[in-house]
Design a protein around this ligand. Structure first.
Ligand code: UD1
Ligand code: MG
Length: 465
């Protein structure tokens, strides 16, 4: 889609409600859908229209919402002290709206909305020179939504909320998405005229429809292509449903961009994740937060990547957990490896089963293949860290650093008691406890107790009597 730009459009985002049905201390719009707060999904979408300005209506826990969103340059905060309804919420924006042709009203609780749909709404509203245009849909289950009431000629006459609808009106399958495009010139006169004599004693935004018709203004309804886009989140059942719908969309997008996803129903790929071409994501993987997977990687099955960075051609085997770590190209991780924050692995590194790496740099081609803990450490290139090696970085109060040079061989079951340095090309014998710096080259090993042999010893035999 070419870049959009609507310099004479004002957007209003309604996000003042508590979202009672969520039963939460968190305001509804801060609940996350695939790792991103609902309000961020909506803002991201409306910002892509490049409108003149965005007015964000908050009320319940407005400080929390404000703190979360920050201060985008073209965003005005509007406080609705009492949540007296969606019409009342839009009315609060009157002061901040400057000269624009139209006002696009969206709810903060419909995160699946797409830019293309909003652009079509505005374009068609303008092409037909309409005063009030509402975006409608025919969802599989219309329960809870405002119903679109039409006269015998098919013209929209009003929108009736679920709680106010007659039994006959509840049979109507066409519903309001809660999204409107309204000519600025008429909007606020209409809003000043709405009342609150309805089941919820709220000032309903949908009531601008009959008021506009009474005033001789034009009203139109535009149907969405895909009713899934307008699914609103009112409780946690909706939240899971919306997440499911968004997940399917995101997975399809990656598949179309050249990513193979095995058993897609078992995989979670959050909204902020990036995946390169010809990568394969196997069953049960969780790709979370800002995770980046390069080209031609293979991940899984059942790997968890949280804010992780994988370069190209990385293999992450089953049940590995990578959190806040970066992995260079052609590296091999796992199975059952754990990379923790600030682990930085260079190209061609191998990290094997039951190895934990934290806040450490591992140089090109080095291998830590079995049962090790590497913390607060730098390892040079081409090292081999033997099975069971532990960097003892913590004395119970403070953390200390281990520095290992290039081409070092550390024998199995070695403890490196930090702070300690190991020179280039050094070899450390198996079972050593290293408490002082190790010189370059040569063999270093801690004193071993002599091995004994008892020729006359007999292994106890099982009694079969
Ligand atoms: C609303 C619409 C309904 C539509 C549905 C689509 C009204 C009266 N109803 O119903 O026609 O089918 O959305 O999802 O408009 N809000 C405020 N201030 C308020 C009240 C609400 O800012 O005083 C915000 C909420 O935070 C929310 C949005 O407006 O983001 C919609 O409110 P909600 O209570 O979810 O309305 P619905 O019952 O979903
Ligand atoms: Mg809603």
């Amino acid at each position: 889609m070419s870049k959009l730009h609507y310099p004479d459009l004002q957007v209003c985002v309604l996000a003042a409600g508590k979202g009672k049905r969520m039963r939460s201390n968190l305001p509804k719009v801060l609940h996350k859908v695939l790792g991103r707060a609902m309000i961020d999904h909506v803002l991201h979408t409306v910002e892509a229209l490049q409108p003149k300005a965005i007015a964000m209506v908050t009320g319940h826990a407005s400080e929390m919402v404000r703190e979360h969103v920050g201060q985008p340059v073209n965003l005005d905060w509007v406080i609705q002290d009492k949540q007296l309804g969606t019409g009342h919420a839009v009315k609060q924006c009157e002061k901040v709206i400057r000269d624009v042709r139209d006002v696009l009203i969206v709810c903060g609780d419909t995160p699946l909305l797409t830019v293309a749909t909003l652009a079509r709404l505005v374009d068609e509203h303008r092409a037909a020179n309409t005063d009030v245009t509402v975006l409608t849909a025919k969802p599989a289950n219309p329960f809870g939504y405002g119903r679109i009431v039409r006269d015998e000629h098919g013209n929209v006459t009003s929108i009736v909320e679920q709680k106010d609808a007659t039994d006959a009106q509840r049979q109507i399958g066409e519903v309001s998405s809660g999204i409107y495009c309204v000519r600025h010139e008429v909007l606020f006169d209409l809003l000043h005229a709405i009342g609150n004599s309805n089941a919820q004693e709220e000032y309903y935004l949908p009531d601008i429809v009959p008021l506009a018709l009474n005033a001789g203004q034009s009203v139109a309804a535009i149907a969405m292509d895909d009713s899934d886009e307008m699914v609103g989140v009112n409780d946690r059942v909706d939240l899971a449903h919306v997440e499911d719908l968004m997940q399917k969309q995101i997975i399809k997008d990656w598949q179309r961009r050249g990513v193979t996803i095995e058993k897609p129903d078992t995989v979670r790929i959050e909204a902020g994740v990036k995946i390169g071409m010809d990568s394969v994501i196997q069953a049960g993987c969780y790709l979370i937060g800002t995770t980046h997977v390069g080209d031609e990687c293979r991940v899984g099955p059942n790997a968890v990547l949280v804010n992780a960075w994988l370069d190209d051609r990385v293999n992450v085997y089953a049940f590995s957990h990578i959190h806040g770590a970066s992995v260079g190209s052609d590296a091999i991780i796992g199975p059952y490896a754990r990379l923790r924050p600030e682990a930085q692995l260079d190209e061609e590194v191998h990290i094997g089963n039951f190895v934990e790496v934290k806040k450490s740099v591992v140089g090109r081609g080095s291998k830590v293949n079995h049962l090790s803990y590497i913390g607060d450490t730098t390892i040079g290139s081409s090292c081999n860290i033997g099975a069971g090696t532990i960097t003892c970085n913590y004395d119970g109060a403070n953390k200390f650093v281990t520095e290992i040079g290039d081409n070092v061989f550390v024998g199995s079951d070695t403890q490196l008691v930090a702070p300690v340095k190991v020179g280039n090309h050094a070899t450390i014998g198996a079972g050593s406890t290293i408490t002082r710096d190790v010189a370059e080259g040569g063999l270093t090993l801690s004193e071993r107790r002599p091995q004994k042999y008892a020729a006359s010893w007999k292994r106890p035999q099982k009694d079969h009597s």
